[in-house]
Design a protein around this ligand. Structure first.
Ligand SMILES: Cc1ncc(COP(=O)(O)O)c(C=O)c1O
Length: 384
């Protein structure tokens, strides 16, 4: 019998994605056009809020950059964010010549600790970027109270959180200035590379649409199919638009987003039950006020675990299990440590998590045999 191997992630595709992509290629319209428009409209319907604008982009990184740019973040400004996130959250702040300011996370949720954020607010602080880590919704009521108190813009890094909900409303429907989703290859739904920005602010939406395509004041569909080829450039914009080929994947993935989430949630519950007696800190599934998106399943070794993280990684790999690590905290990345960390800053919760964490495979089509193999391997590694 072949040795069981478990990939870290497998996309939740069937023939429908392939057919929609082929249909789009055969339509001869490859870049942003009717499929992107359809994808944006469908995301709007999924989120179920008629007052929102949806702007597709070629990555969440681009989306976060556009959102901060539209908010007017620039040199001298500071932006608060958790240190336990991907480098993209901070790099976009640096693109604009502003400074990311890192805040430790709450041990229980691994989301930003607003009590600690208080001490990091200065006259230069202009915005806060909460991250829904792993797909567990941040308490946005607390973020809005904090942002109102300090007069800050709010940009939600919802890269992990498409299909999560909070108090019955999908993530994407809050009053944040912008909410940004990622549709990267292993996200909760995927277009290969891609993302979307959601906002209720029409002015911000207009700016982001213009800056998405070189600062040109008209989109490609309009210029190439309308009567008038004329266009103007109103700012030094970017090239951040999504292709129609990618949007074709997106419209099909979107229809399956809730099914995919429910499958991940069932697998996550199986992990939570089967691993509960091991010396592990397991991810918080959230209260009954939220639906977790379960983008990833990061575990951490407890203090009484018989092995360290690197040994665990080695042993899981030897058992044919692909893993990842989320995340090396921003304050420990050379460039960001040099440019954005002050003498005496400390982040004990994120450090403890990172030093002990491994992210297990989790994807909708994971088989029972694959799940059992991961669980058995962990039991062997940690039997102590
Ligand atoms: C928290 C977070 N923010 C932003 C990003 C960037 O997403 P993208 O790859 O779509 O640019 C990622 C990607 O993994 C992420 O994990």
């Amino acid at each position: 019998m072949d040795k069981q191997t478990v990939p870290f992630f497998v996309p939740f595709f069937d023939e429908d994605e392939a057919q929609e992509v082929v249909k789009t290629i055969k339509s001869n319209w490859l870049t942003s056009g009717p499929k992107c428009a359809e994808f944006e409209a469908e995301i709007g319907k999924y989120l179920g809020d008629p007052d929102i604008h949806v702007i597709t982009v070629n990555s969440a990184t681009s989306g976060l950059h556009l959102a901060l740019e539209a908010l007017g973040i620039g040199p001298g400004d500071e932006v608060l964010m958790p240190t336990l996130t991907f480098t993209a959250t901070a790099e976009v702040v640096r693109y604009l010549g502003a400074k990311p300011v890192f805040v430790d996370v709450i041990a229980d949720t691994l989301n930003i600790d607003l009590a600690l954020a208080e001490a990091k607010v200065s006259l230069a602080t202009k915005a806060i970027m909460p991250v829904h880590f792993a797909g567990l919704p941040v308490d946005m009521d607390e973020v809005f109270a904090f942002a109102e108190k300090h007069d800050l813009g709010v940009v939600e890094d919802a890269a992990h959180a498409f299909s999560a909900t909070s108090d019955g409303a999908p993530i994407g429907c809050s009053k944040s200035d912008a909410i940004v989703f990622s549709f990267y290859a292993n996200k909760t739904m995927t277009t290969g590379e891609g993302g979307a920005i959601v906002t209720r602010n029409t002015k911000l939406a207009q700016r982001m649409r213009v800056m998405r395509t070189h600062g040109i004041d008209r989109d490609a569909t309009d210029r190439f199919t309308g009567d008038n080829w004329e266009y103007d450039v109103v700012a030094p914009g970017f090239k951040y638009n999504l292709t129609d080929i990618a949007a074709a994947l997106g419209v099909v993935q979107l229809r399956k987003a809730d099914t995919a989430r429910d499958l991940r949630a069932a697998h996550a519950t199986e992990y939570l039950n089967a691993l509960s007696d091991l010396p592990l800190v397991l991810p918080n599934p959230g209260t009954n006020r939220v639906v977790h998106a379960w983008h990833i399943f990061p575990i951490a070794l407890s203090e009484n675990a018989p092995i360290d993280r690197d040994t665990l990684v080695e042993q899981l790999r030897a058992a044919g299990i692909s893993i990842s690590v989320h995340f090396k905290p921003l304050h420990r990345l050379t460039y960001l440590a040099e440019t954005a960390v002050a003498e005496g800053d400390s982040f004990p919760v994120a450090d403890r998590h990172f030093d002990n964490t491994v992210t297990l495979p989790l994807f909708p089509g994971m088989t029972s045999a694959q799940r059992q193999h991961v669980i058995a391997a962990l039991r062997t590694c940690l039997k102590g």
